[in-house]
Design a protein around this ligand. Structure first.
Ligand SMILES: [Zn+2]
Length: 405
């Protein structure tokens, strides 16, 4: 355990690059009171699972807490709860094991008082030495000291076709290329591409086939999943080609679908066994474009590492949504450490909506990374010094090289 403790402690001295967040969405960067922290959807879905209904809606913080506090013992074991308590300890000096009727008001006062500080955003990120964060370009702050915030755009919007868009492929291609060029000129470093449920890249899309499908679509026909994928893939080839020319990274998100439930349209795991094989064809077909793969599930962990091993332009990053749990994080880290150069992947991204949760998620990522690094030192793969040099690449140098900023 001493080896783990040494490595874990040393990780806190390293700078961190967070390669995906939603900071600044709807103008929000910091929590205003405890409801903003409990309301983060990763924690909220666990609480709503217990109530079968929405936990929001209370007009004041007292009523909200009266509703949620009795639920905390039931989620005491989850990794999201671990992140939540780790965040309270790091930011507010919290000493409890969980939120209770006795301690929550002290925590809430600390959050409210921190929220009044003008430099709260930077102060929280500095707590985790988070020097760079990818933020949606539309949410970029006016003031960006040290170029801490690095812009990305939602690439899905760039290739989505309007229902009545004429099936003129030349015109569509020009539109997609012009849009990517415009985003790159505006400073965008990455395009976010989430592949949901049946969406899959299909190689070798013949223009005649795509044109005929677009005509059918415009005529009101409903296309099969494969037919829709054919159009999407033709557009994706153009987008990735232009992104490569403009030095924009294509971030691919895989492993989740949205399921409507009586509570909310939350996402759950959804793996397409053919996705990874075709993902490799996409990356292999565009050697001039850098891809960064974000997985929500451990099933393709080994497979994705094998593709990362052979394709110089395919990076792997962190863990997405339900994949951000210790069992999956440790598997990702172990597969990648065993199989990939330590220059080929990144250990962390937060997916955070407020800066406080970036700290909460980093707490779990560092814990898992230290466990796996220490385990491999004990097994004789490398020394403790090597482990720290590797960790610096995984938390800082690699994403800095990939995304610049
Ligand atoms: Zn996200």
């Amino acid at each position: 355990m001493a080896r783990y403790e040494n490595i874990r402690q040393a990780l806190d001295d390293l700078p961190v690059f967070d390669v995906h967040s939603h900071l600044g969405a709807k103008g929000k960067w910091c929590a205003r009171d405890i409801r903003d922290l409990i309301g983060y959807h990763w924690l909220k879905i666990e609480l709503e699972r217990l109530t079968g209904g929405k936990i929001e809606g209370a007009s004041d913080v007292q009523s909200f807490m009266a509703r949620v506090l009795p639920l905390f013992p039931a989620i005491r074991n989850t990794s999201t709860h671990y992140c939540f308590v780790g965040m309270l300890k790091a930011l507010y000096g919290f000493e409890g094991a969980t939120l209770t009727a006795e301690n929550w008001e002290g925590v809430n006062e600390a959050i409210e008082s921190a929220a009044r500080r003008a430099d709260q955003r930077a102060k929280v990120l500095d707590t985790g030495k988070i020097r760079k964060v990818l933020v949606a370009r539309r949410d970029m702050p006016e003031s960006n000291p040290g170029d801490r915030f690095v812009p990305y755009d939602y690439g899905e919007k760039t290739i989505s076709l309007e229902a009545d868009e004429p099936g003129d492929l030349d015109r569509i291609e020009k539109r997609i290329r012009a849009k990517v060029a415009e985003l790159a000129d505006a400073g965008s470093k990455a395009l976010h591409m989430a592949f949901m449920r049946t969406e899959r890249y299909l190689p070798d899309s013949a223009p005649d086939t795509v044109s005929a499908l677009l005509d059918r679509k415009r005529g009101g026909a409903s296309l099969s999943a494969d037919e829709a994928n054919r159009i999407h893939s033709w557009c994706l080839d153009i987008l990735t080609d232009e992104a490569g020319k403009r030095g924009v990274v294509v971030q691919v998100f895989h492993g989740m679908a949205r399921y409507a439930s009586p509570v909310s349209a939350n996402g759950a795991l959804d793996v397409d066994p053919g996705f990874m094989r075709n993902m490799a064809i996409l990356a292999g077909g565009h050697p001039g474009t850098t891809f960064d793969l974000f997985l929500a599930t451990r099933q393709p962990s080994h497979e994705s590492a094998s593709f990362g091993r052979i394709l110089p332009n395919l990076c792997l990053s962190g863990a997405w949504w339900h994949g951000f749990t210790p069992a999956t994080l440790k598997m990702f880290y172990r597969d990648r450490l065993e199989m990939l150069p330590n220059t080929a992947w990144t250990a962390f991204y937060s997916d955070g909506y407020t800066v406080e949760w970036v700290i909460g998620k980093l707490h779990l990522a560092k814990h898992c990374l230290a466990l796996v690094l220490a385990e491999m030192v004990s097994e004789g793969f490398y020394s403790e010094d090597d482990a720290l040099r590797i960790a610096r690449n995984l938390l800082w140098e690699n994403p800095l090289r990939t995304y610049g900023g």
